[in-house]
Write a protein that binds this ligand. Structure first.
Ligand SMILES: Cc1cc2nc3c(=O)[nH]c(=O)nc-3n(C[C@H](O)[C@H](O)[C@H](O)COP(=O)(O)OP(=O)(O)OC[C@H]3O[C@@H](n4cnc5c(N)ncnc54)[C@H](O)[C@@H]3O)c2cc1C
Length: 399
């Protein structure tokens, strides 16, 4: 029996047992206690397995990504006596792109003579836009229905995924692509400057699991061809072949990526905003007319999915995403992403270790507005990750 079929066998053997209540937990604990099980890849990196046990779940969260087929909206328009600059609809890329789109929104705001501005929304788009307006001398008031930790931005994974759930290839236009590339470039640089404990931004190795050798070194998602993201906005990658790792796939592709701890990051942005004399008002707006009652002549709309109702943008729809957080494991210092062999895109999962938990995910339910966690989704996420890490748990047996 070759190594690959051994791995498959080991994986299947355990997956046959059910996860709920964790019938598997006993057998896994026993095997773990027998030996310190680790996987050593050909680069000498030690990857410790994530313990996928139901009783290690500390919370499950649901967030609705603000998705538009034609991508985010970044433009200025007049409503009565007011100018409204829109900056919303970042799909699964808002944590990555917001400094960039916030900068472009600030450029549009600078065309207006007033330096007194209202920003609607206190998620990542509103906060990063507000900070850049402050840097340009604006007096800024944020009005928002919810503030961190109660925004969608807090429910994000959140790593450098600037094209995720962002735009449909067929809907892209040259001018939108131009905006996107400028925004991505600015955001990538800005996030790098925030690396450190204050903002909770850091670099981490991300391992993508693949069955086929990655043809394209930049490994662009299929739906963004021709490549939307310039290659200089992705760190170098290294491919490890089947003999170099114990994961249940052929190839593992390592790439450095940026990781954001949403609760630290958003809190730090709120503090910065207040330190620079920003005002924060908890307020909900029901209509454009409602916005017209504000004192400010210049308004920046960063309401994310809220723009569906507030501006009647019916192109905007939710991509429901569910995350399962497990008790942190200090020894897990890498991220994983991909679809396991033998599964289609529904088998897509990702893992990111953060200070507030090991975050597992991989769901994107189009048009679903429900904020209720879905048990089936949790089971799928746990099973796929169990299978993924089973390989490196049992790797010790094959060495
Ligand atoms: C599971 C999941 C994983 C994700 N992973 C990533 C990732 O890895 N990388 C990445 O880049 N992105 C990721 N995202 C996407 C990212 O979280 C979003 O793109 C981003 O949070 C959108 O930010 P926002 O500020 O536009 O919206 P929000 O965070 O929703 O903020 C909107 C603000 O507007 C306010 N508001 C809305 N309507 C009104 C109104 N009528 N009146 C007053 N205030 C209003 C809200 O109260 C809130 O303050 C993920 C999202 C999810 C759900």
């Amino acid at each position: 029996m070759n190594r690959r079929s051994l791995i498959k066998k080991a994986g299947l053997g355990v997956i046959g047992l059910s996860l709920p209540g964790c019938g598997i937990s006993k057998s896994i604990r026993q095997s773990e206690s027998r030996k310190k099980i680790r996987s050593l890849n050909s680069f000498g990196t030690i990857l410790s397995p994530v313990n996928i046990l139901r009783d290690r779940i500390i919370r499950t969260t649901v967030g609705l990504r603000p998705h538009r087929l034609s991508g985010f909206v970044l433009k200025s328009e007049r409503h009565d006596s007011k100018t409204i600059v829109h900056n919303y609809g970042h799909g699964g890329s808002g944590m990555s792109l917001s400094w960039g789109t916030g900068f472009l929104a600030t450029e549009l705001a600078l065309e207006h003579p007033s330096r007194n501005v209202a920003v609607i929304g206190c998620g990542v788009a509103g906060l990063t836009t507000a900070r850049q307006l402050q840097r340009h001398g604006f007096r800024v008031t944020i009005y928002a229905q919810d503030v961190p930790p109660n925004t969608t931005s807090n429910k994000s994974l959140a790593s450098w995924t600037p094209t995720s759930g962002l735009v449909d290839t067929d809907q892209r236009t040259e001018s939108w692509d131009f905006q996107f590339r400028r925004a991505a470039d600015i955001a990538y640089r800005q996030l790098q400057l925030l690396v450190g404990p204050k903002y909770g931004v850091s670099w981490i190795d991300q391992w993508r699991f693949l069955d086929e050798y990655p043809e394209d070194a930049t490994s662009q998602p299929k739906n963004t061809r021709p490549p939307l993201l310039p290659s200089h906005l992705r760190a170098e990658q290294v491919v490890v072949g089947p003999e170099g790792h114990f994961f249940p796939c052929n190839y593992m592709v390592r790439r450095k990526t940026l990781r954001i701890e949403p609760s630290i990051y958003l809190e730090a942005l709120v503090n910065d905003f207040l330190t620079f004399r920003g005002s924060l008002v908890i307020k909900s707006f029901d209509s454009i007319e409602d916005l017209m009652s504000l004192d400010q002549e210049l308004i920046i709309n960063c309401t994310g999915l809220g723009s569906h109702d507030l501006f009647n943008d019916t192109e905007l729809s939710p991509l429901k995403g569910q995350l399962v957080a497990l008790i942190p494991q200090a020894e897990v210092n890498y991220a994983t992403i991909g679809s396991l062999p033998g599964t289609n895109s529904e088998g897509f999962v990702h893992m990111l270790p953060r200070q507030d938990g090991i975050i597992l995910g991989g769901t994107s339910e189009k048009g679903v507005w429900s904020m209720e966690p879905n048990q089936e989704a949790t089971n799928r996420i746990l099973s796929a990750h169990f299978r993924l890490f089973q390989g490196i748990r049992s790797g010790g047996f094959y060495r």
